[in-house]
Write a protein that binds this ligand. Structure first.
Ligand code: SAH
Length: 356
């Protein structure tokens, strides 16, 4: 068993079963043995690939949408350009390159990255060389100013709790021990206030997940946007509403068991977009849009054609494949979805709609 597996096994033997949220938090962020704190993670050599690592077009188009919001809001002189969970820093680098010629945008942008992993901060520093960057552990540490923020595959990495409904209430999925092995089990049934709103659309046997950290994070983003202006573009894989078991582990681009080698596989869960939307007070939230549709509205076809003009052979083939991968419904186009958070009484950012 991995070193973190040993630590967890001892903890459970002493104190009893832990929730999936505790398990996820330890596996991803344990200071010595956590996945994000120790592993190279992204890209072909890592365990999984994200949209900005697939093609520069993703960050360019999101960056231009954000910059258009900044223009529409009167080009505030000083503003926060932020990313939550920036990974290797590729998305922010693409945003900065695409917006370099927009007069005043870089001059006013104070770049802030919200990143807990010290290892990834170093990678981000190298990727963003030449830019003045401030790193923060949490969103609430952001200074007060108009906030233009992106978050791609950030919310799926936040710990979730998982429950199965039964005739007497909800049973939480927990991690306990069977002899010396980590095993999944269920707590005794109890009413869970957090899930009262799911009593009408679920029946016994259904599994529902909640991400306790997501609501407060969205509430902080919304609070800044409602008081100082700005916009947030949030992209992730998920559904309008959580239903079913989506807790998953990936290592070397393959699904693996969630309890195998703790700390050595990426753990994530689908995002419940309704929960994000409900926690955004004092602002408007766009309709949920599939990633493929969003990128098409933002002009990915034209951008792809323009880039293709300079490519031949294998480079052209991989560019065409990347375009397809980002947008096609069988690839990331439908599973990945986006919402935008923006001030009340304004139009949504380019690419988004808002049915009032
Ligand atoms: N957005 C990047 C990386 C996604 S992976 C991309 O699209 O390629 C998730 C990122 O969120 C990593 O950088 C991870 O270290 C960071 N992260 C995870 N949980 C976090 C938390 N609670 N606070 C801040 N950053 C977190």
């Amino acid at each position: 068993m991995s070193p973190l597996g040993e630590i967890l096994r001892r903890r459970i033997a002493q104190n009893g079963p832990i929730s999936i949220a505790d398990y996820m938090a330890e596996c991803l962020m344990h200071p010595q043995h956590g996945y994000y704190t120790t592993r190279p993670v992204f890209g072909v050599a890592g365990d999984f690939t994200t949209a900005p690592e697939i093609s520069q077009m993703f960050g360019e188009l999101l960056g231009l949408s954000l910059a258009q919001c900044w223009i529409d809001q009167g080009q505030p002189d000083r503003f926060i350009l932020a990313e939550a969970g920036p990974g290797r820093g590729t998305l922010m680098a693409d945003i900065l390159r695409a917006t370099a010629n927009i007069p005043g945008f870089h001059d006013g942008a104070e770049i802030h990255l919200i990143e807990v992993s010290k290892r990834l901060r170093k990678v981000q520093r190298a990727t963003l060389q030449g830019h003045d960057v401030t790193w923060l552990d949490t969103i609430d540490a952001l200074p007060d100013a108009p906030l233009f923020l992106v978050a791609n595959e950030f919310f799926d990495a936040l710990p979730i709790r998982q429950f199965t409904r039964d005739a007497r209430g909800w049973r939480e999925h927990q991690i306990g021990l069977d002899n010396d092995d980590l095993v999944l089990g269920l707590s005794a049934p109890a009413p869970i206030g957090l899930l009262d709103h799911r009593l009408d659309d679920t029946t016994p046997g259904d599994i529902v997940e909640v991400c306790p950290a997501a609501g407060p994070i969205i509430a902080q983003i919304a609070n800044r946007i409602s008081t100082s202006g700005g916009a947030a573009l949030i992209v992730d894989y998920g559904e309008p509403r959580s239903l079913g078991d989506t807790f998953q582990a990936v290592a070397e681009h393959q699904p693996v068991g969630v309890l195998e080698n703790p700390g050595q596989a990426d753990l994530s869960a689908h995002v419940d977009f309704e929960n994000l939307t409900k926690a955004a007070h004092g602002v408007s939230v766009s309709d949920l849009v599939p990633q493929g549709v969003l990128l098409e509205r933002l002009g990915i076809a034209q951008r792809a054609q323009h880039l293709a003009a300079n490519l031949t052979g294998a480079a052209l083939e991989s560019h065409v494949a990347a375009h397809r991968r980002l947008t096609h419904p069988d690839e990331m186009g439908t599973l990945f979805k986006a919402i935008a958070v923006f001030p009340n009484d304004l139009l949504p950012p380019p690419g988004f709609t808002h049915d009032a």
